[in-house]
Design a protein around this ligand. Structure first.
Ligand SMILES: *Cc1c(COP(=O)(O)O)cnc(C)c1O
Length: 359
């Protein structure tokens, strides 16, 4: 199978070969050193401010989102949540579950977060903001420079879910005034699912240290304290963290995060340029489309999006990425993260040609 979903994505050979080895004991100096390296690379790749920290949490990206909400916000806060799709909606659910006062900025699927929309919330006493870098359900990329400036001006704590956007799109905690950002192992890092990484600036560290969190597993204090000796409070996904170490080192050696941005951007461009001969419309205009994924609206032909997913899976051995909810029949997605070659993209385009008779 060729996998064009947005996670889990295709791993490379090096990652796969580590996956086939025994899991070592981890309360050792050797593993601690590996974790210190992981933290240093992650901080560098997020462009995290000097005294920042990273938390490695066992759980998928949603665990990272929930842990962040529980440790950075409380019932004393007033949080702005951007809901432009299923992951934005997840933040609203988390705020509800944890009784955190919030206002939802509701966007239509595929709508841009404009400065006009954001300005309505200027000087209204908000203390926090939570949104995605890339809203993976539609592929919308939010203008994080604009959001960061807005938050700085209003003294708002900015939490960014960069689970899918990290590596695919530009992300700089320094330049974008981001206090905390999240990613997950099964997106562009192209590792097995299991681990969520939360990167904290000094302000976020202080918040976590003073938070009153009613949870054992999601108490960030313990992770920060343990990370001082390169450890986690509980057994982590040891193998994924070893694979992460190898992957981060290789990213560093091959031109760092800028180079990864460039590879993924070019891959998205290579794919998008070939869509014009099919009854497809890019669901999000290029000007604010994430490099992570292309959402495509079907405008004609015999198949709806669900049927196209099934046909391509069953007859061509390729997974494209279906949409859920209201968009399930109209829209499908093609991911650009993970170990995907242009040759594999050509096979997908060939499948479209056979189905639609394009040139
Ligand atoms: C994948 C993803 C998550 C996490 O989803 P899990 O299924 O919990 O890994 C969170 N936010 C965004 C934007 C994502 O793309």
């Amino acid at each position: 199978m060729i996998n064009f979903t947005v996670g889990p994505v295709q791993s490379d050979e090096e990652t796969l070969s580590i996956g086939g080895t025994q899991v070592p004991y981890f309360r050792t100096k050797e593993f601690s050193n590996l974790m210190f390296e992981n933290e240093a690379f992650i901080k560098e790749f997020f462009d995290c401010p000097e005294n920042g920290k990273a938390v490695f949490l066992t759980g998928s990206g949603t665990a990272g989102m929930e842990c962040s909400v529980m440790n950075f916000f409380s019932d004393k806060d007033k949080v702005l949540v951007v809901n432009g799709g299923s992951f934005g909606h997840r933040f609203t659910e988390l705020m509800e579950i944890h009784s955190i006062p919030f206002t939802e900025i509701h966007l239509e699927y595929g709508q841009e977060l404009s400065s006009e929309i954001l300005e309505q919330y200027d000087a209204k006493g908000y203390t926090g903001m939570a949104l995605q870098l890339c809203e993976t359900s539609t592929g919308v990329l939010y203008d994080m420079n604009m959001v960061g400036n807005f938050c700085r001006k209003n003294n708002i704590f900015l939490l960014v879910d960069a689970v899918s956007g990290f590596m695919a799109d530009k992300l700089s905690m320094n330049d974008m005034h981001i206090n905390a950002a999240i990613t997950g192992s099964q997106k562009a890092l192209a590792l097995p699912p299991s681990t969520s990484v939360i990167v904290l600036d000094e302000n976020a560290v202080q918040k976590a240290l003073s938070a009153n969190v009613k949870s054992m597993y999601f108490n960030m204090k313990d992770y920060l304290k343990n990370m001082e000796r390169g450890q986690t409070p509980f057994t982590p996904a040891v193998q994924t963290l070893i694979q992460m170490n190898d992957r981060l080192k290789r990213i560093k050696q091959s031109g760092g995060i800028q180079n990864q941005n460039e590879i993924i951007r070019k891959r998205a461009e290579y794919f998008r340029k070939q869509l014009t001969s099919f009854p497809f419309r890019m669901f999000v205009p290029e000007s604010y489309a994430s490099n992570c994924v292309t959402a495509i609206e079907i405008t004609g032909g015999p198949l709806n999006a669900k049927e196209l997913f099934e046909k391509i899976k069953n007859e061509y051995g390729i997974w494209i990425c279906p949409n859920g909810g209201d968009l399930a029949e109209k829209v499908f997605r093609v991911g650009h993260i993970g170990n995907i070659s242009n040759k594999e993209i050509d096979l997908l385009i060939q499948a479209f040609k056979e189905i639609y008779g394009g040139k």
